[in-house]
Design a binder for this molecule. Structure first.
Ligand code: BDP
Length: 723
């Protein structure tokens, strides 16, 4: 009996020790880039002298969250809790605030004129005979952003002893658009269901909402549209507005304003009116009262996002009014409260036989100058729809009197969903750095959307979020980088996507150079790999109908012509591509003359856009000297090879990071390889059936028959609303 008890006691003891040794939770990606893991001892030692105490006010909610974030971050990174203090007593204080909130900062008399309301200065200073670091904003929010920047310096291993940083956002509205429905589903969501638990709001404010706000504030995102652009009117009912107000309360200390997508016909659906005509006084009065009701609950409410007259949504055209009439109605009811309207230009008529790529421009360009001052036109990066590659949208630069807001898709609807490792930084950068030439050389898309080209003070960038209830938020660890790079580019659209990738890798995984360099290289090449195995050389929209999963270049099943892959590639026995030159749809004419001339000429068109602008014969000679057919097969094959290379890179990195995330990335890369092969083989099989040409020597034939690929069907694809 005694031995028995003894054994039991030993067992309990061993178990208890084991449990203590196991971390409270594994690395599951929840902490995003704000992991704040203990730095290597030599690194932490360098920083400790410059981080001895924190001096910060706690008079406002934002000051409190700034203090908490700094304490949490520095504790995690350096391993000790920094004391809070009111005065500088020794070297190494971190002093945070504004000259209004802190007499010490006022004493420094730093020049903060140029940093604006959300900017900050981080400066190494000497105060009362002691070295210190001052993190100074003109507002509490500026100081919060500065605190996150300071933490990032430590997280990424930067020196902090001679700092003189001045930062301010180049874009006013830096917004995430959630395509979340009130029933919890997420349109084009591949990371679980909606993080907004509408059912339990407003009483239960999940801690996740705070972590969401922290993550966004850390990269400067200052707005969130909570519901899908295809939206019912229910969100505008009093019960739901209270829930919205609860979220706004959580986000407010982090500088994040809440916006809503609104349904144009809401006055009919929940207002009991017979019309939603924007020029009808009763309709206007209904919206005015609704806006007043919202602002009573949420004084800093951001405004409305509207998808009107687009893909079956109601809009002003139902009443023979223009987009300007519709947008201005909302603008007028929001203006007294300081709200804005983000009016989407993603319109194309199913009735029009004209090239879909031209339709938004044709609709909106003539309205330039008619929109009220608080309207932004939210325009997708390309003229079609978030494809792996498209030329920049011709509306950028074409409406000088109207602020154009960029819309990027962060969720990878057309780029492999959750499992494909595709870093979108290079895609965003390619678009932002494109030269529209509307005001001569250097009129980049970035300058159009940050307002500097035409002198607009209102500017914006929206990202269609990839966030859901998955523990890692985004469906995969690497998808977090796309949220991150979106925020960083919204802050400054001229940053390099490589620099941002490196920052993210260091914060998310490790500062170990042997890991950082190959992973950043892999990320930087990943988007081109996806373009190659999906839609090379200017092809686009070859994805499966509706759900957009996998290849279906043969598909002609969709009800609308311009939803069908065959509409886009136009392959026949002679050649392939969409003729958008002056001989074809003349979409090229929507660009500024030098760009139009370039795209109009097959020889001058960059080959990455070749089949977007030109229909060319299969034996067309490419710059390499090879035929188009050869190059097409080569690109598809290269895409698959690149994914194999990514796997190889990753194989060599085992052991540098935690096992959980390492293994998931490895498994997802294997899925990506399988699907890249499928894309290649299905597309080659199909295009070969049209071109009738043999495969170039040395290239493997598709693994299965075209019939097989065509027979595949996927009834339960995530993120697609018609389940
Ligand atoms: C397309 C999506 C669709 C969206 C639409 C939009 O397939 O789900 O509703 O864009 O942006 O990319 O309105």
């Amino acid at each position: 009996m005694k031995t028995c008890l003894h054994t039991l006691a030993t067992l309990v003891l061993t178990l208890a020790t084991m449990l203590c040794a196991v971390p409270t939770h594994a690395e599951d990606g929840y902490d995003l880039w704000l992991r704040y893991h203990l730095l290597a001892p030599e690194q932490a030692k360098l920083y400790r002298d410059h981080a001895t105490e924190i001096i910060i006010g706690s008079a406002t909610p934002t000051q409190i969250v700034t203090r908490d974030e700094l304490q949490r971050g520095l504790h995690g990174l350096l391993g000790n809790t920094l004391p809070l203090s009111d005065t500088v007593t020794h070297d190494g204080a971190i002093i945070v605030g504004t000259s209004a909130s802190s007499p010490l900062i006022a004493k420094l008399q730093l020049d903060t004129q140029s940093i604006g309301n959300e900017g900050y200065v981080i400066r190494s200073v000497v105060l009362d005979g002691h070295t210190a670091t001052a993190i100074v904003g003109r507002s509490d929010i500026g100081a919060l952003y500065g605190a996150f920047h300071f933490l990032r310096l430590l997280q990424t291993g930067q020196p902090i002893d001679h700092l003189d940083l001045h930062e301010s956002p180049r874009i006013t509205l830096r917004v995430l658009d959630h395509w979340d429905y009130l029933n919890g589903q997420v349109e084009r969501g591949y990371a679980g269901t909606s993080i907004w638990d509408w059912w339990k709001l407003p009483d239960w404010r999940a801690p996740r909402y705070t972590d969401y706000a922290r993550a966004n504030a850390s990269i400067g995102i200052n707005g969130t549209v909570l519901n899908d652009v295809v939206s019912g009117a229910t969100i505008l009912t009093p019960v739901y507005l209270e829930k919205v107000a609860a979220l706004a309360d959580v986000f407010r200390p982090y500088g994040i304003r809440v916006y809503l997508s609104v349904r144009f016909s809401a006055p009919i659906e929940i207002g009991g009116l017979k019309t939603a005509d924007p020029l009808d006084p009763q309709v206007q009065a209904w919206w005015r009262a609704k806006a007043d009701e919202i602002y009573k609950l949420i004084p800093d409410f951001g405004g409305f996002l509207v998808k009107a007259d687009s893909e079956g949504q109601p809009g002003p055209k139902d009443y023979h009014r223009t987009h300007a009439d519709g947008a201005n109605m909302f603008a007028d009811v929001l203006a007294p409260h300081g709200g804005v309207v983000m009016w989407r230009t993603f319109v194309y008529s199913q009735a029009s036989a004209d090239d879909r790529a031209k339709q938004a421009y044709e609709e909106f360009k003539p309205l330039d100058g008619q929109f009220h001052a608080n309207v932004l036109l939210q325009t997708k990066n390309g003229p079609i729809d978030f494809q792996p590659r498209e030329p920049f949208h011709p509306l950028f630069g074409a409406m000088p009197k109207t602020p154009l807001m960029m819309e990027f898709e962060i969720t990878k609807e057309y780029l492999g969903f959750a499992t494909h490792l595709v870093y979108l930084g290079p895609l965003y950068e390619e678009v932002l750095s494109s030269d529209t030439m509307v005001r001569g050389k250097g009129s980049t898309v970035a300058k159009v959307i940050d307002g500097s080209l035409e002198g607009h003070t209102l500017s914006g960038m929206a990202g269609d979020a990839n966030i859901g209830t998955d523990r890692n938020w985004c469906g995969s660890d690497f998808n977090q980088a796309n949220w991150y790079v979106f925020g960083r580019l919204a802050w400054n659209p001229t940053l390099s996507s490589r620099t941002i990738a490196e920052e993210w890798v260091r914060m998310t995984f490790t500062n170990n150079e042997a890991f950082v360099k190959p992973v950043v290289d892999m990320m930087m090449g990943s988007r081109e790999a996806a373009v190659d195995y999906m839609t090379p050389l200017g092809l686009l929209h070859l994805m499966g109908p509706g759900h957009h999963y996998g290849p279906a270049p043969w598909d002609a099943s969709e009800s609308e012509a311009d939803w069908r892959p065959v509409y886009y590639h136009r392959a026949d026995h002679l050649g392939i591509g969409f003729d958008r030159t002056s001989n074809g749809s003349n979409a090229v004419a929507q660009y500024a003359p030098p760009i139009a001339a370039q795209f109009n000429d097959v020889k001058q068109t960059p080959e990455r856009f070749l089949l977007y602008f030109h229909h060319v014969p299969w034996d067309y000679r490419m710059r390499s000297g090879q035929t188009l057919w050869y190059e097409l097969v080569a690109h598809y094959t290269r895409g698959v090879d690149d994914v194999k290379q990514m796997q190889e890179t990753w194989r060599h990195l085992d052991g540098y990071i935690d096992e959980e995330r390492y293994q998931q990335v490895a498994a997802f890369l294997a899925i990506q390889e399988k699907e890249a092969q499928w894309w290649r083989d299905a597309c080659i099989a199909y295009f070969q059936s049209i071109s009738g040409l043999p495969l170039p020597p040395g290239y493997a034939p598709p693994q299965r028959s075209l019939k097989y690929y065509e027979s595949l069907s996927f009834p339960y694809v995530p993120g697609f609303s018609s389940w």
